[in-house]
Every structure is written in C-alpha cells, then in structure tokens.
Write a protein that binds this ligand. Structure first.
Ligand SMILES: [Zn+2]
Length: 333
C-alpha cells in the first residue's frame, strides 16, 4: 500500500503536482455554490463543469486530481431529499467524473502531434495520474465554519466521528479512486477517528491526512500539529501527510514540524493566502499573495521535504501550471 505515492514519485522524479482549487474554479465557470453542499452541489447540477475543471488541471500539469466529494456526505444529500441509494450514487459519481476526465486526458495525449507534450498551450504528457477521493471533515458537513475552528464541542467523540464518516469512506474506497484524501483535518480527534476507521474497516486503498493551520504552529483547533502528524505516522494505511488550505507564509514552519514526526512523503497544498469571511461565506478579494509569490515558495518547500505540491482554495490552473514548471525545471538541473 505504501508504494502508491513512492512509485508515483519515482516516476515523476521525486516531486509530483496536485491540482488546485475546485470550488473557486467551478464558480469562475459560472456555478452558484451558495449551498451547504458547496462544490458537491455540482455533482447533480453540473457534473460536466467538474469534469472540465479536472481536465483543466490535468492540462496544466497536475499528476493528482482531487474529487468533488469534500462536502459530499450521505447525511448532507439526505437532507436535500435524496434516498440512501441516490446519495451513495452521488458519492460514487464524484470519482467517476474524475476518472472520466483522466480518460479524456489520456485520449488527448494519444492524439497530441507535437511530440514535446505541449499542444496549444496544454501540457499533454502520458504519465501516471492518480484520482484522490476527497473526504472533508465533519465541520465541512456542518458548513458553519467549524472546519476552520476545529471546535466540535464536548458532545462529539471519536465514536461519533467514526460513525459519521464510516459509510462515505467505505463507498469512496470502493469507487475506483486510487487513494483517499482526508483534507482540512482541523483537530486531533478527527485524525484519530480517520486512523481508526481505516484500520477497523480494513480500507483497501491508501490515504493521506492533510491538516490546516491558522497560526503556523498548531492545527486550527489549537491541537499540536506534531501530535496530529504522529497519528498519521503511526497508521499504516496513511501514505502521505501534510497541510492544505493554509496561507503560504505558514507552510515553511509547518513542514519543519511535520518532519520531526514523520518520514512519510509530505503533501502541501496551501490556499492563496486570502482571508475567508466565515460570516459572509466569501473570500475577501486581494488579501492573498500573487501567483508569483506563491511560486517563489515552492522550491523552498521541496528543499525542506515536501514532495507533493498543489493548491487549495482560490488557486487556479495558472497557479498549478507555474508549480509544474517550477518543479520540472528544478528536476532537470
Ligand atoms: Zn481550501
């Protein structure tokens, strides 16, 4: 199981590219995501847009695409009136859509005549591509901002969280995805729940755990990142551990902390550094870093030990193209 990411990294020269923001790209294509289901709303409203955004990322150099299931939960779909079967089918469709995008991409690569893998500005290069099924936190389902506070209250236990995630994790693990991406993990409790679930359910595909931070030291709940990273380190089914949806300026210090507790590949996909207004449920424009500033960090992150790099909210195919170029040029030196 541990070979999935190490095999990929061997084939890509030591570093691989993850895709960028999905929801913000869907909005740019005209989707209205003002809904507790957020990007998961598109699974039934605009599946073609999701496929197009996945394809855009592949054509801009992503080796790993993350499905639109971050906020897709059986509980959330049922609240919208879907049956159990329909909810499970919607979850599976998030993986099918990503796999379809990969097929279209491979066909386009086969038809590419230029030979250098670059056609009409698109990167068309036959390479291993992984589909990572996104699992958002319990806080993402609540859609009340608690994924950015990590505060679930005293009533929520490891058992509650395992029960909440169990069926979704089983379905996504059986859906044809290559790995599970547990993203924006806001606290230690949820990391423990995921680790126990992977073992108890004997999940057959590997996973990565990716935490978020708003102070550059701890995860957003205030729990120690090193303790959270240790949980990932001790779970055999976890093949990479890292940070997402966190401002780029904090990443350096967080990698240093993670390296103290894990030897697993480090995955880094920050947001654009913009501020999220939880009351308005909007990103505050022009509070982040430019793509150039974002990119200026990338080599440093890799020197420190990151091997999978991409972007989270508000990053675009352009950001990913620049990461791809930066990593390709540093590999050829
Ligand atoms: Zn994000």
């Amino acid at each position: 199981m541990s070979s999935l990411i190490t095999d990929l990294l061997r084939q890509t020269g030591g570093t691989a590219v993850i895709d960028g923001g999905l929801a913000t790209e869907l909005e740019r294509h005209g989707a209205d995501l003002n809904d507790p289901l957020w990007s998961a709303k598109c699974l039934f409203s605009f599946p073609h847009l999701i496929r197009q955004v996945h394809l855009d990322y592949l054509e801009n150099g992503a080796d790993i695409i993350i499905t639109a299931s971050y906020q897709a939960t059986i509980q959330g779909f049922k609240a919208k009136g879907y049956s159990d079967e329909e909810s499970e089918a919607l979850l599976r469709s998030s993986v099918e859509i990503a796999r379809e995008a990969r097929e279209v991409y491979y066909k386009n690569c086969a038809g590419c005549r230029s030979g250098d893998g670059d056609d009409d500005g698109r990167i068309l290069k036959q390479r291993p591509i992984l589909v990572a099924a996104s699992v958002g936190s319990y806080g993402a389902y609540l859609a009340d901002g608690s994924e950015y506070s990590g505060d679930y209250g005293d009533a929520i236990t490891v058992e509650t969280l395992k029960d909440f995630h169990r069926r979704r994790v089983q379905i996504l693990a059986d859906s044809g995805a290559d790995l599970l991406a547990f993203e924006t993990v806001p606290n230690k409790l949820e990391a423990e729940a995921y680790a126990q679930l992977l073992e108890e359910e004997d999940i057959k595909i590997p996973a990565w755990f990716s935490f978020n931070s708003k102070d550059g030291v701890n995860v957003v709940s205030g729990d120690s990142l090193m303790e959270c990273g240790s949980i990932a380190e001790s779970c055999n089914k976890v093949v990479a551990v890292g940070i997402n949806c966190t401002p780029p300026r904090f990443i350096h210090g967080l990698i240093v902390l993670l390296k103290k507790v894990t030897t697993k590949p480090i995955v880094i996909y920050p947001n654009s550094g913009e501020t999220y207004d939880a009351d308005l449920k909007e990103w505050v424009q022009n509070t982040g870093v430019t793509d150039e500033d974002f990119i200026s960090y990338v080599n440093k992150w890799c020197e420190l030990g990151a091997s999978l790099v991409g972007g989270c909210c508000r990053t675009t195919p352009d950001t990913i193209r620049k990461i791809y170029r930066t990593l390709s040029s540093s590999q050829s030196i």
